[in-house]
Write a protein that binds this ligand. Sequence first.
Ligand code: PHE
Length: 313
Amino acid sequence: VARQETDLTPEMIATGSWRQLPFKPYNFSALGLPPACGHLHPLLKVRSQLRQIFLEMGFTEMPTDNFVESSFWNFDALFQPQQHPARDQHDTFFLQDPAEAPELPASYMAKVKKVHSQGGYGSQGYKYEWKVEEARKNLLRTHTTSASARALYHLACQEKFTPVKYFSIDRVFRNESLDATHLAEFHQVEGVVADRGLTLGHLMGTLREFFTKLGITKLRFKPAYNPYTEPSMEVFSYHEGLKKWVEVGNSGVFRPELLLPMGLPENVSVIAWGLSLERPTMIKYGINNIRELVGHRVNLQMVYDSPLCRLDT
Ligand code: PHE
């Protein structure tokens, strides 16, 4: 059997042998080799889907590009008292160098001090001696709500109030013991809506819309406690695989003790919620141990092979 030629060479042309040779026909349906290219990590795939959902709902992204934050923005601005257990060394990574934040907004800080120590705006406050040294302590932010506090303060500083919808998806740090589902760093997804006259009903409706877009429809709300929201609600969803209700987020209406010192108008209320990025990612990609998803034990082939993420299916 004569072998079919696949290449036309300079020699064939020079000698004229190409005239007699059998050539293999082109196969225009053959698949090419996939070009080598970059691969998004599953966390980034889920992140871009969540980002898309927020954008569809009319939210704008908040800046979250500082992992190092002052205790002031991480805790004090959020009406979290200075002796709160979450502030101590067990949960928070404090910085040694630089240990202190030099620049904090002085007149706003004075109002925060007052509402913690004496109260105001119809609140009794916590009645303790608020210390600026404590507020200056630098830390690795323990939640992205610190970025929400900064964004709301900037909003309050504008001449005229305009309703806003903000979101962020970025990394946070907590000094936790590591196990199959916990790392000392993880990502939070956070949504914030500020407008006149928002109520708990708006929060529930917004949460329903958001989670429905994620493919999570069976929702239940459970009263909870956060120092910065009142009322607060944990969000549960029915997990068909596990056949039980699992917590999928935390939410609430920001307290007036937080909004009024910033200078937001009295009739403006702010609803907000947060969830982790790792949990839905592990569920979507069937990963049981978080160390297979993040850290030095991650198998690059897993990253290459993971399909695109579609949250609504
Ligand atoms: N900051 C909260 C957390 O760390 C989440 C949250 C955000 C709660 C906004 C209420 C409002 O879990």
